[in-house]
Ligand binder design. Sequence first.
Ligand SMILES: NC(=O)C1=CN([C@@H]2O[C@H](COP(=O)(O)OP(=O)(O)OC[C@H]3O[C@@H](n4cnc5c(N)ncnc54)[C@H](OP(=O)(O)O)[C@@H]3O)[C@@H](O)[C@H]2O)C=CC1
Ligand SMILES: Nc1nc(=O)c2c([nH]1)NC[C@@H]1CN(c3ccc(C(=O)N[C@@H](CCC(=O)O)C(=O)O)cc3)C=[N+]21
Length: 283
Amino acid sequence: MTAQRIDGNALAQKIRTEVAGRTAALKARGIAPRLAVVLVGDDPASQVYVKHKVNDSQQTGLEATLERYPASMAEAELLARIDALNNDPLVHGILVQLPLPRHMDSHKVIEAIAPAKDVDGFHVASAGALMVGQPGFWPCTPHGCMKMIESIGYDLRGKHAVVIGRSNIVGKPMALMLLQQNATVTICHSATADLKAMTLQADVIVAAVGKRNVLTADMVKPGAVVIDVGMNRNDEGKLCGDVDFDGVSQVAGWITPVPGGVGPMTRAMLLVNTITAAENASR
Ligand SMILES: NC(=O)C1=CN([C@@H]2O[C@H](COP(=O)(O)OP(=O)(O)OC[C@H]3O[C@@H](n4cnc5c(N)ncnc54)[C@H](OP(=O)(O)O)[C@@H]3O)[C@@H](O)[C@H]2O)C=CC1
Ligand SMILES: Nc1nc(=O)c2c([nH]1)NC[C@@H]1CN(c3ccc(C(=O)N[C@@H](CCC(=O)O)C(=O)O)cc3)C=[N+]21
């Protein structure tokens, strides 16, 4: 069997077109939806990601402002800046790029963002809302993964989904979203005793670890849906995921590539959250 690729670039483009329509509708009412992106320090990967996010926003007609601060910025200064953005009626979404410099407490910084502007979905209020099934912003990466599964017309009800990774921004919210769609969910992590025994039972596998070749062909049930969240570099410096793409493609039914899979979808869902925040504010 050769797995079908789920094209994240194509699906993200479709979502951006929808966002552009919603943005135009708000602009016609005199409201300019705006995302504020805050970057502290000079991590090279973060600079690339942030540039992508600002470009995507502008492509859909959303206003995006990038604020850059030196790594030496005091935490109190960042908190004050977030407070100002919270109180600025012209700003609808706030994204503080992670990781932050080590002298900052990222929990404290995220909790400073007003939940109504938390387009990353990282605030405890957003996490709590997802947990109990109330409206709120969903983290963009797992939400993008759900959209990819939805795009192939796959019904999760009664299926066994295995999530590898339990971070607050990917693994845990991913598990909750799959559960909400009536999948039976197993969460694996670094202390899981026999990962292969788990993944071999899975109809859907989401790999969100950050290590190459965490998932190989011998670990996958024929026909399974495989979603690769990982972002790693191989020995040649090329971007790759957590999944051995060539090997697993021989066994899986569906697979997402890296690059061109979950990454572009994460960015698209950020735009969806931002336009939703602006619509909510205009009601
Ligand atoms: N495409 C995109 O848009 C995005 C991609 N990413 C990428 O996704 C990956 C995961 O990100 P994130 O969740 O933030 O990472 P974290 O490092 O926060 O979490 C990684 C998780 O993987 C688990 N883990 C580590 N080693 C193993 C192992 N050998 N077997 C099973 N589980 C293991 C860890 O377990 P434990 O909890 O026990 O330590 C942890 O729960 C990274 O490559 C990141 O770059 C992240 C965000 C967005
Ligand atoms: N507050 C905050 N929110 C985030 O959402 C956030 C963050 N901090 N810190 C870092 C991680 C990582 N992340 C990615 C998003 C898109 C791609 C992406 O678009 N990747 C492209 C390739 C990009 C390239 O060429 O490097 C792809 O997979 O095709 C990657 C990684 C968001 N994150």
